[in-house]
Write a protein that binds this ligand. Structure first.
Ligand code: IPE
Length: 261
C-alpha cells in the first residue's frame, strides 16, 4: 500500500510569534482530516514557537560553540516533545493509532545535514497500521556535535526511503508566493513551482527561523519533487483543504515539480 507523506508546518500548529503556544483547534482538525482519509500516512511536524525561539537564542543551528548551549539542547528537546505530545493527543482524539519517533533518539546529522534515521522503525509501525509521527528536533551531529534537524530534512529522507504517492506540506498561507503574502499585497500564488522559481525568490527571512526562510524550505521541496512524486504546498489553516488533497482532488496551492519545468 502506498503512503502519503504529510508535514504540518510549525506555523499551522503553533503561533510562531508566541513562545510555546499550541494551536489545538488546527491540530485537532488536521488530525481528523488525516484520520478520515483512510490513507496510510507518515506524519512530520515542525517545531514552530516550541523550537525556533529558544534554538535561536542558544544558536543551536551553529552546532557546539560552548557548554552554555547544553541547557538549550535539553530545553528545546523538552519543548518540541511537549508539542509532539499535543499533536499525538490530537491524533488520539481523532481515533488514529499513532506512535512518536523522536529524531533526537534515532537520527544522526553530519555538518547540519540529516544523514541517518532509523527508517526500519517507520516500516514496522506502518506494517502494524500505526502511523509514525516524527518532528523537527535537536539531533546529534558527527561534525558539529549537535544541530537542528528540520521537519523538511526529515521529509526529504522519508520521501527517498518510502517513495510516497503524495507529499503534502501544510503551511499557514495558500502555497508559494512571488513575495511574502503577509507583507506584500501584490504577492501572487505560484501554481507550479520549479527550480527556476527558486532563483526569483529573495533570500531573506521575515521571522527568526533557525532552519531558514521559505527559500531553504523550497529547496528541500524541490529535492523531494525530483524523486518524481506529486509534491504540493497547501494552506493547512483552511478547513478541508488537506482532506481534499488527500482525496486526490485539485485544491488551491502550489504544485512543486522536479527539474526546470
Ligand atoms: C525546526 O523544525 C526544529 C527546531 C527548531 C528544533 P522545522 O523547521 O521543520 O519547523 P517549522 O515548521 O519551521 O516550525
Amino acid at each position: 500500500m502506498s503512503v502519503a507523506l504529510i508535514k504540518l508546518g510549525g506555523s499551522v500548529i503553533t503561533d510562531k510569534s508566541r513562545y510555546r503556544s499550541f494551536n489545538r483547534e488546527s491540530s485537532d482538525r488536521l488530525a481528523r482530516e488525516i484520520a478520515s482519509s483512510g490513507k496510510q500516512v507518515i506524519l512530520v511536524h515542525g517545531a514552530g514557537s516550541f523550537g525556533h525561539v529558544l534554538a535561536s537564542e542558544y544558536q543551536l543551528q551553529k552546532g557546539y560553540l560552548d557548554d552554555s548551549q547544553r541547557m538549550g539542547v535539553a530545553k528545546v528537546q523538552r519543548d518540541v516533545r511537549d508539542l509532539n505530545r499535543e499533536v499525538m493527543l490530537s491524533l488520539d482524539r481523532a481515533g488514529m493509532p499513532s506512535t512518536s519517533i523522536p529524531p533526537g533518539a534515532c537520527a544522526l546529522m553530519e555538518s547540519g545535514k540529516l544523514r541517518r534515521l532509523e527508517t526500519d522503525l517507520f516500516h514496522r509501525y506502518l506494517e502494524l497500521g500505526i502511523t509514525p509521527v516524527t518532528f523537527g528536533d535537536v539531533v546529534l551531529d558527527s561534525q558539529r556535535r549537535f544541530g537542528i534537524c528540520s521537519g523538511d530534512q526529515l521529509m526529504h529522507l522519508l520521501a527517498r526511503e518510502f517513495r510516497p504517492e503524495l507529499v503534502v506540506f501544510c503551511a499557514d498561507v495558500d502555497g508559494i508566493f512571488t513575495a511574502d503574502p503577509n507583507l506584500d499585497k501584490g504577492a501572487k500564488l505560484i501554481q507550479e513551482v520549479d527550480r527556476s522559481t527558486l532563483e526569483s525568490i529573495p533570500r531573506t527571512s521575515r521571522v527568526t527561523d533557525v532552519t531558514g526562510s521559505i527559500y531553504g524550505k523550497l529547496e528541500s521541496m524541490l529535492d523531494i519533487a525530483e524523486l518524481g512524486k506529486g509534491t504540493m504546498v497547501i494552506n493547512g489553516l483552511v478547513p478541508g483543504r488537506l482532506a481534499s488533497a488527500l482525496r486526490g482532488e485539485k485544491v488551491k496551492g502550489s504544485l512543486v515539480v522536479g527539474g526546470r519545468g
